[in-house]
Structure formats: C-alpha cells, structure tokens
Design a protein around this ligand. Structure first.
Ligand code: KG4
Ligand code: ZN
Length: 340
C-alpha cells in the first residue's frame, strides 16, 4: 500500500525519445519505456524538430499505457504525474506537457514540472542500494548540454560552468557525420574507437582561461574536419580506411574525455567536494566512464555513475526526481508551459 502511495508516472518528450516510467519513492523503477525515433532522424544526420513532434503525438499514449501496464499500477494508485517541461525542443516538450496536464486533470492527481538537466543528474540516484551522492560535483554531458554543477541536494543545484558553443554529444555526432558513420554518432564513435589508437592524431584540447570550468568543443570538431577533408574545402577529401577512421574516432574521443575529466577534477578541487556524479547521454561512453573512474580513484573521490539504462533520455530519472519535489510540496498547476 505504501508502495503505491509514492508511485509517480513520468512523461519525457524533450527531444526525440518518447518516454514514460513509473518509479516508487524516487528509486524503485517499476517500468521505464522508451520509444526511440533514431530511425526517423538518421537519414537527416540529426533530429528534425517537426518530425520529432509528430512522432511524439503518435507514440505518447501507447508509451504511457505500456509504462502503467508494465508497472502493474492503476491510474487511481498514482501519487502524482510529472513531466519534463524544460529545456528542449519546444514542439516536442509541448506534446509531453499537454499529455501530463490532461492526465493530471482527468485523474485528479498532483502535477510536477521537471527540468531535464536536473533529471539527468538524478539518474545516478536511481539505484535503491546507493547511499545519497549529495553534495557532489555533477557533470551533465548530452546532445544539448555540457555543464558542471555543485549539487547540494537533488533540488538545489548551482551552475559552475557550461559549454560556450557545442555540447559534447553534438561534437560526437558531428565527428561521426564527418567520418560518415551514421547517427546517432556517439555510440558508434565509442564502439569503433576500441580498434583505434587514441594517440594517433593530436587533436586540440580546449581548456579556455586558467581555472575556467566552461567548455568549448567547436575547435576540435573543426580540427577533425580539417584532418579528414584538408583545409581547402574544394580539395578531394582523404579516403580513410577502417583503421584510419578508428584512429580519428579514438583520438577525438580521447581529447574530449581528457577535457571532460580534467575540468570535473578541477571543479572538485575548487569546490572542496569529495563526490562526483556523471549523467547524460555521453556518460554512456565507455572511455569517459573508465577515465572518470580512474581520476576519481586517484583523487580519493567517490564516483556515482548513471546506470547505462538511464544515461540517454528516459522518464525514470524524471519520476525519481519528482518524488523529491512531491515531498517538498513543490506542486505545479495546470498553467505550466513548455520552455525551450
Ligand atoms: O541525454 P541524451 O539522450 O539527449 C540529450 O539530452 O541531448 O544524449 C544524447 C547524446 C547524443 O549526442 C549521443 O550521440 C550521445 O548522447 N551518446 C554518446 C554515447 N551514447 C549516447 N556519446 C558518446 N558515447 C556513447 N556511448
Ligand atoms: Zn537528455
């Protein structure tokens, strides 16, 4: 009975995944349904907002029904309904927000609004056996964000630094596109890098000013482009074989990981903290997980990695965080809107 009293249904449609989940007491995941749209966007090499919104409309109701069914929870037993209402693609967010508002009204349930980036941080808490990772430095690395935070508590976070141009995931996707590897590029770069030499090419690491916790990934993207195509745009591109592509992928990945790990360790030192949280789609990257684990061990810091199932966009992380808002009585009303 207690279980059902704290079961929250979450809806997440901020980008190109239509997702719904039911989570109990902020930690016990009863269902986590994600309908990926990768096949719809892959031929365009990136997410097409109009296509994403239309696909969300078609999928949202079946995804929500499946999440409730898998969880074995009836609408009447839900403690609340929650939705990601910021930040993201406005058309995509609107579908989730409209669905959540409608269900909250029809089923007479409290409605809770959630920030997508904060939910990515919370993904590392979605494991019932974990001790609380707070306070901690959190690195959120995704297709839309690369940011460092001082997290005091799940709901109290302070921005320390962020990308001044491209997000890390965007750079992975663009490098994969330069190498004609397919979309989304992050997981492919991760996979093919294993056969490459990460020291084959010296791509630049952008540290910005001394002590800065901001990031920049546009320079390395251009460096990869020049390496593959040459600096003369009209020149014939270099034809890379599989080993050549693996070397470029591995060298790029190493450069990106060096900066992500280096700046996280710098934040840890600057803030005088002993815990690190890693979340967001790029946190699924095997080299990043490995290097961050090694660096944290060296620094004597505790690392909380988002489980692989909760790195890329999902609704379980949204439901988990919403439990803390419910407990803090931070309830939204039906006037909430989507915010890009
Ligand atoms: O968090 P997410 O699902 O969506 C956003 O909030 O943006 O992150 C998607 C990003 C994409 O850029 C994708 O290529 C990247 O995460 N990604 C990875 C890996 N898996 C997903 N990047 C590097 N290595 C991976 N294994
Ligand atoms: Zn995300």
């Amino acid at each position: 009975m207690l279980k059902k009293n704290s079961a929250i249904l979450a809806i997440e449609t901020s980008c190109d995944e239509t997702a719904a989940a039911v989570v109990v007491a902020g930690q016990e995941v009863l269902s986590n349904v994600v309908a990926s749209q990768d096949e719809l966007h892959s031929k365009y090499g990136g997410v097409v907002p109009e296509i994403a919104s239309r696909a969300h409309i078609e999928r949202i109701i079946p995804v929500i029904s499946e999440a409730l069914e898998q969880a074995g929870i009836a609408p009447a037993d839900l403690a609340a309904i929650t939705v990601t209402n910021r930040p993201g693609l406005i058309g995509s967010l609107l579908i989730g927000v409209s669905a959540a508002k409608t269900l909250a009204w029809a089923w007479d349930k409290p409605l809770i609004d959630i920030d997508h980036v904060q939910a990515h941080i919370y993904a590392a808490c979605l494991d019932a056996d974990l001790p609380s990772p707070f306070p901690a430095v959190a690195l959120v690395v995704s297709g839309g964000h690369t940011s460092l935070y001082h997290c005091h508590e799940p709901l109290e976070i302070e921005l320390l630094g962020e990308t001044i141009d491209d997000a890390a995931g965007e750079a992975f996707d663009k490098v994969a596109s330069i190498l004609k590897l397919g979309y989304p590029g992050g997981p492919i770069i991760d996979r093919i890098s294993r056969a490459g030499n990460s020291r084959a090419i010296k791509f630049p690491r952008s540290w910005l000013s001394k002590g800065s916790l901001d990031f920049s990934f546009s320079g390395i993207k251009t460096a990869v482009l020049y390496h593959v195509r040459g600096q003369n745009a009209r020149a014939k591109p270099v034809e890379l074989d599989e080993k050549g592509k693996a070397d470029v992928a591995a060298s790029f990945q190493q450069a990106a990981v060096d900066v992500l790990v280096g700046k996280t360790m710098l934040a840890l030192e600057q803030q005088g903290l002993g815990r690190v949280i890693l979340g967001g789609g790029v946190s699924a990257n095997s080299a990043l997980r490995q290097e961050m684990t090694r660096a944290c061990q060296e620094a004597g810091a505790e690392l909380f990695l988002a489980p692989l199932a909760y790195c890329t966009d999902n609704a379980a992380m949204v439901a988990g965080l919403a439990y803390h808002k419910l407990r803090a009585n931070q309830i939204a009303d039906l006037s909430i809107t989507a915010r890009a």
